[in-house]
Write a protein that binds this ligand. Structure first.
Ligand code: A2P
Length: 339
């Protein structure tokens, strides 16, 4: 449990990565109560300087000994590092908020989106999991609809940016785009196929049943966060040549009838959601709009009249912020409120 203090020692593990970098920015913007910020990465990054509140913070090598005296550690350095170091950090008295998928489905680890299930923070034992980026933005929108009309089934297709894969993938999209426009040959490295000017229906590994791990994460994590195993979810996850921001097309079937106007009304009062829905003026959520923003944008709200109680929506959010860094920092802020 986090002890009540005026100021906290906070660590970012994986500080040089796409999400880690965003974590540092979000901590700075939200005026997190700091005693000290410590930044960790691999030996490749030792000595790098990262700017924080107009001062340079030096990146240190991650080792088993670094967690002594750290109150809160935000991890985003890949699943292997999380599996190994999170229990070591928790044992040293630090509360870990882990952005990888390593601990998400562990029944002893809460999986939290503060707008949806902050109550689950009460039972953590030192490790709290930050959900998958596509799942976070979806459940922020599903929860108010579920409370109003009880969701029975969700069919989601995602349009996920390359920053969800990490910094190397962002570089790959950048260089491939430039190479193709300059008639140079390309050689995909991060993805199995060309990502520039292309969409890949393939995120994470394929499982035996033909679904990808990303799709299975969306199914299982939604049930755990919403605290309702009866919600049926099926997903198709697609990587698109966008640097930042994930969009999702979501079809929702509810037990109780809910009209598009009622959906807009419910969502306009929901925390962390902006209803952005005036198609006659070309107003609908876009990844370019949500880059750098905190909220999940919802638009294209329509009735699906092929089923008894159906709704179609289109959502977009910044995967590095609400989908990762911001959600992790919001969890830390909730912990401080509860301390
Ligand atoms: P480094 O930059 O030193 O490789 P991304 O997901 O954007 O690729 O970022 C991954 C983050 O995880 C980076 O900060 C990276 O540090 C860090 N990381 C990768 N491997 C290790 C490791 N063995 N020990 C500590 N940090 C690591």
């Amino acid at each position: 449990m986090l002890k009540k203090k005026d100021r906290y020692v906070v660590a970012v593990v994986g500080a040089t990565g796409a999400v880690g970098n965003e974590m540092v920015s979000v901590l700075e913007e939200r005026h997190f109560p700091f005693e000290k910020l410590r930044l960790f990465a691999s030996e490749r990054s030792e000595g790098k300087i990262i700017n924080f509140h107009n001062k340079g913070v030096t990146v240190e090598i991650l080792t088993e000994k670094v967690f002594e005296g750290v109150d809160i550690a935000l991890f985003s350095a890949g699943g292997e590092r999380s599996l190994h170091y999170a229990p070591i950090a928790a044992k040293a008295g630090c509360v870990v908020i882990d952005n990888s998928s390593a601990w998400r489905m562990d029944p002893a680890v809460p999986l939290v989106v503060p707008e949806v299930n902050p109550q689950d923070l009460k039972w953590h034992k030192g490790i709290i999991a930050n959900p998958n980026c596509s799942t976070i933005q979806m459940v922020v929108v599903l929860k108010p609809i579920h409370d109003a009309a009880k969701i029975r089934r969700v069919v989601v297709t995602t349009f996920q940016s390359v920053s969800g894969t990490g910094k190397k993938a962002m570089d790959e999209l950048f260089h491939q785009t430039a190479d193709i426009l300059n008639f140079r040959d390309i050689k995909p490295v991060v993805y199995p196929h060309q990502i520039a000017f292309n969409c890949l229906p393939h995120i994470d590994k394929f499982m035996e049943d033909g679904y990808t791990k990303e799709e299975i994460k969306m199914v299982n994590e939604t049930k755990k966060i919403m605290g309702d195993g009866s919600i049926k979810v099926t997903a198709t996850t697609v990587r698109v040549p966008v640097f930042r921001g994930h969009a999702e097309s979501i079809n929702i079937e509810t037990a109780k009838k809910i009209t598009p106007n009622e959906v807009r009304a419910v969502l306009s009062k929901a925390p962390g959601v902006i209803v952005y829905d005036a198609p006659e003026k070309n107003v609908y959520p876009l990844q370019t709009l949500t880059a750098g923003k905190d909220e999940v944008y919802v638009g294209r709200v329509r009735e699906d009249n092929t089923v008894e109680n159906g709704i179609n929506i289109w959502i977009a959010a910044d995967n590095l912020r609400k989908g990762a860094a911001l959600n992790a920092v919001q969890i830390a802020e909730e912990l401080i409120k509860m301390a």
